[in-house]
Design a protein. Sequence first.
Length: 67
Amino acid sequence: MPASAVLRVARYVRWFVRELTDESAYERYVTHLGQTHPGASVPSRRDFERMRTDRQESDPRQGFRCC
């Protein structure tokens, strides 16, 4: 298998794992914020994760947090 094919597979696997674990949510949020609200300040990754966790815990449709 050529090196370019290996790199392509590795990039796909990395993309897939990031999407599966929702690791890319912050990057999507920053992109969305820049497109829809160009003048808004961008929260830090830590603040974003805190907002996301708070939103999930306040919404009963999201299930419950066990730990």
